[in-house]
Design a binder for this molecule. Structure first.
Ligand code: ZDP
Length: 296
């Protein structure tokens, strides 16, 4: 008997989902996760996600290993996949939840709440962005200061960067033309830059309209992925902080709602940064592709 798994993706950011509800620690080692993520000799994925038991105030716990075996605090596309996976597990057990249904998920970035929408999309309350250098973490500024539009030198080139933590660390750079970004050359240099002691996810953003951004991402521990949910949230927060999004309409002093579409290589995510509670909300799809048994 092999290891039962399901394969999901959110806009092409793909994950192996494992039923870990019977144990409080992951049923695989990081090394085994690396093997399963291998696209030639394994199942192939950007990461492995474990559905573990919850705590006193949560329904479940999510843990994730990147395809290099490192463990991030949070995963935006992954938690949408987890929500769909939990629906499937509960439905198999004869208890299908009815939309709109929310799960309270314990993560290393705190409690995150995905809600299933009647149309099949999932909206995730991602909590508040963290902006202080010490929270990212980065040494680009003193620990209690924000890093907004500061110079980061990569391969002798200056980049104007803004840093945002969505539980996991992100460095956002705005560019005129996304097609001119040498992602596979500079991505690894951002990721391993000495200014980021926990490494970094690097997003490159072209602002097409104040409510429409295009994004390329180099992910910590996974490389160039088709989408990154936490990265799309961080990019929108950075765009607002830099005055690139949600400007007053012509002739009006009213600020529009802080919402935008972030277009990733794998498709669009809807992002809102609430002016009421400071939480970031992400809406997008998650799809089961297949289930099977893995032999380790
Ligand atoms: O922070 C990290 O190490 C990321 N590689 C984690 C994965 C982020 C993800 N792509 C997302 O959608 O937020 C899953």
């Amino acid at each position: 008997m092999g290891l039962p798994f399901s394969k999901y993706h959110g806009l092409g950011n793909d994950f192996i989902l494992l039923d870990n509800r019977h144990r409080a620690s992951p049923i695989l080692t990081p090394g085994q996760a690396v093997e399963l993520c291998d696209r030639n000799q394994g199942i192939g994925a950007d990461g492995v996600i474990f559905a573990l038991p919850g705590g006193p105030e949560t329904d479940y716990t999510m843990r994730i290993f990147n395809s290099d075996g490192s463990e991030p605090e949070m995963c935006g596309n992954g938690i949408r996949c987890l929500a769909k996976y939990l629906v499937a597990l509960e439905s198999d057990a004869g208890h299908p939840p009815q939309a709109p249904h929310s799960y309270r998920i314990h993560t290393l970035a705190g409690t995150i709440v995905p809600t299933l929408q009647p149309d099949g999309q999932i909206t995730v309350d991602m909590g508040e962005p963290r902006l202080l250098a010490g929270e990212i973490p980065t040494t680009l500024a003193p620990a209690d200061e924000k890093v907004i539009d500061m110079v980061l030198t990569v391969a002798d080139q200056p980049y104007q960067v803004t840093c945002v933590s969505m539980g996991n660390p992100h460095c956002v750079t705005f560019v005129e033309d996304l097609t001119a970004v040498p992602l596979t050359t500079i991505g690894p240099l951002f990721e391993a830059h000495t200014m980021f002691p926990q490494r970094i996810n690097a997003e490159f953003i072209q602002v097409v309209q104040p409510d429409y951004l295009k994004m390329l991402v180099w992910e910590r521990g996974a490389g160039p992925t088709m989408a990154c949910g936490t990265g799309a949230c961080a990019a929108f927060v950075a765009a607002v902080l830099n005055g690139k999004c949600c400007l007053p309409m012509d002739g009006s002093n009213d600020l529009p709602q802080r919402k935008a579409t972030v277009e990733l290589p794998g498709g669009p995510l809807q992002i809102e940064w609430s002016t009421i509670n400071n939480h970031v909300y992400m809406t997008g799809p998650a799809v089961r592709v297949f289930s099977g048994e893995a032999y380790l």
